[in-house]
Design a protein around this ligand. Sequence first.
Ligand code: C5P
Length: 319
Amino acid sequence: MKETILRIEAPCKINVHLRVKDRRPDGYHDLESIFVALAFGDTLWVERTEEAGGCTILMDWQALQTAGSVPAEGALPLEKNSVYRAVSLFRVKTGFTGGIRVRVKKRVPLGAGLGGGSSDAASMLRALQVLVAPNLSQQELLEMALTLGSDVPFFLRGGTAFVSGRGEQILPLKRVEGVWVVLVYPGFPSDTAGAFRLLDQARPEPSLEKEEGITDLIYALEKYPGSWPYRNDFLRVFLEAGNQEQAAVYQRIVQELKGWGADFVGLSGAGSTCFGIFSREGVAKEAGIALSGRKTASNQRYFVQVTFPLAYVVNEGVE
Ligand code: C5P
């Protein structure tokens, strides 16, 4: 009998709002964020094999070559690959010892703040739930997801959500309709842990800052993006206290997106992807074409993608 191959789409996300609160005793930071999953991402094909304990992962980097973000030889060892980590954790938690084979078509740049690796990990957990452990509870899956990374729980469901705590408190929200998103990856990755350290060093006590009410933040999402009260704490600190060359690139991309008519401009995650929200498809596409020709100071090409918010994450099929 031909083995079942499960195909799962692993969408990327942006954070239209990202407020980083105080550092907690465990070293993590409490967040308040609005995550939006987009119709752009990686694809995984997952199947069981006869090889007990085996885990074969084939990474297809071809789509990322133009973005210049294919990791150098040896830069992504297996134990750092989020798909491999998901399989290993699943084995520990469930006792599963069967063989697994995965092909991953990578489209989302690495270190881009778009959650590519986190989404791959969440997709892998869902695939294993379908193929191996249909009785696994949502709570068990959520706990595994959080062990793999702070952004992983969001991707189990996707869509649009208000996310707090370390990333595990997820309140689903209605999708923003009628907007187009232009992603601009500036050609350099961002180091998340380093960005949190910079934030801790460079800014005043976050608890002293004025807070927006959570209800106001959530309601604002239904309003015209030009009036959104959202911000990204990392962008401010990158512009004021970050690497100067990179700060200049962020500044320029933000200006260019505004110049092309974006209603709202932001940074995703801890960088490095900037995004513009547009109400008109034609304008978004024009901006995308104009920006994809640009190069940064170090002659890196911007990687640009025009996309839109996804209603929900689950897009899987049997092949
Ligand atoms: O959970 P994840 O592996 O994605 O986090 C990477 C790093 O980012 C952590 O080691 C931590 O330094 C920082 N982080 C944080 N607070 C969060 C999420 C991440 O301080 N809520």
